[in-house]
Design a protein around this ligand. Structure first.
Ligand code: GUN
Length: 295
C-alpha cells in the first residue's frame, strides 16, 4: 500500500501562521499580547530542547514568553512560591512547569498549585476532570495535537476502532478519552492497552487507528499493524548515528520502515506529532489570553 505522511511540520506551520495573524489583529485593536511563562528545573537535555522550542515558537507567533530556570536542587517551597507569584501576575496568561521535575519535589503538588485558569498544559486535576466529562478546557498539548492532525487530514474517527498503546496521564489516557468522546473528532471505539495487556498484537491488529505512546523505541512492528491502518507515533528517542551532522537521529515508538508500507497514513518522527504538540500549547495560551475557557 502506498502511504501518506501525516505531516505535522507542515500543518503546525499553517496553524502558527493563523495564530500569528490573530495576535497581530488583537494587538492592532489595542488588545493584550499573549504571555506564556515556562519553569525549567535542572539541565535535562530533552527538557532543554523542548522548552527552547516552546520559547522560540512563542516568538514566531508574536507572544511574549518568560523562561524561569532553577537548579536541580531547588526546594519545593521555592517552586510553589514562584508558581503562586505567577498565578497572581495578571500579565502572564499561561504557565507550564516542564516535566519531569526532580524526585524530591512532588509533581502532584506542583501541578495542583498552578491556577487551572493558567494551566495551559491541561495537567491540573480540574482541567483533566473537565476534559473527562466533555466540558471546554485546556486539553493537554500532545493529545490535542494528535486530534488536530487527524482532523486536518480528514481522517474519520467516528465508529472506528482506535487502539492506544500507553496509559500515561500526559498522552495515552487523555487521547483515549478524547477519541471516545461524543464529538465531531471523537465517537470512536477505543481500546487502551498498556504493559499488562495480554495478547497485545491481537488487539493492535484490529486497529483502524493505532496510537503508539508507550515510550519504547521501535516497539510497534509490521506484524502488529492491519493493512490500511492509520498509525500515529508519539515516541521520541535519540539514537547515535554516523549519518547525521549532529551525530544523533530521532526514532519513534514505531519501526517506521517496515510499518509504513502497510499504512494508509503514518506520522514521521521527527515532523509528525512533535510540532503539533508545540502549536497546541500556543493555541491554549492564546485561548487563556482571550479568556475563552475561564472568565
Ligand atoms: N514533558 C513531556 N511532555 C511535556 C508537556 O507536554 N508539558 C510539560 N510541562 N512537560 C512535559
Amino acid at each position: 500500500m502506498s502511504y501518506k505522511l501525516l505531516n505535522g511540520k507542515e500543518i503546525s506551520a499553517q496553524i502558527k501562521n493563523e495564530i500569528a495573524e490573530e495576535v497581530k489583529n488583537i494587538i492592532a485593536k489595542g488588545g493584550k499580547q499573549p504571555h506564556l511563562a515556562a519553569i525549567l528545573v535542572g539541565t535535562d537535555g530533552a527538557s532543554e530542547t523542548y522548552v527552547a522550542h516552546k520559547v522560540k515558537s512563542c516568538e514566531q507567533v508574536g507572544f511574549k514568553s518568560s523562561l524561569i530556570r532553577y537548579n536541580t536542587d531547588v526546594s519545593q517551597e521555592t517552586l510553589v512560591k514562584k508558581i503562586i507569584e505567577i498565578n497572581e501576575n495578571t500579565d502572564i496568561d499561561g504557565l507550564i512547569v516542564q516535566l519531569p521535575i526532580p524526585d524530591h519535589i512532588s509533581e502532584d503538588k506542583i501541578i495542583e498549585t498552578i491556577d487551572p485558569k493558567k494551566d495551559v498544559d491541561g495537567f491540573h486535576p480540574v482541567n483533566i476532570g473537565k476534559l473527562t466529562i466533555g466540558l471546554p478546557t485546556y486539553i493537554s498539548a500532545t493529545p490535542k495535537g494528535i486530534i488536530e492532525l487527524l482532523k486536518r487530514n480528514n481522517i474519520e474517527t467516528s465508529g472506528k476502532h482506535c487502539v492506544v498503546i500507553g496509559r500515561s496521564n500526559i498522552v495515552g489516557k487523555p487521547v483515549s478519552i478524547l477519541l471516545s468522546q461524543k464529538s465531531e473528532t471523537g465517537n470512536a471505539t477505543v481500546t487502551l492497552c498498556h504493559s499488562r495487556t495480554i495478547n497485545l498484537k491481537e488487539i493492535t491488529l484490529q486497529a483502524d487507528i493505532l496510537i503508539a505512546a508507550i515510550g519504547k523505541k521501535e516497539f510497534v512492528t509490521a506484524d502488529m499493524v492491519k493493512e490500511g491502518a492509520v498509525v500515529v507515533d508519539v515516541g521520541i528517542h535519540r539514537v547515535k548515528s554516523d549519518k547525521t551532522k549532529s551525530g544523533w537521529k530521532l526514532k519513534g515508538d514505531v519501526k517506521f520502515d517496515e510499518v509504513a508500507p502497510k499504512c494508509s497514513y503514518i506520522t514521521p518522527v521527527p515532523g509528525g506529532v512533535g510540532p503539533m504538540t508545540i502549536v497546541s500549547l500556543l493555541q491554549n495560551t492564546l485561548s487563556a489570553s482571550k479568556k475563552e475557557i475561564y472568565k
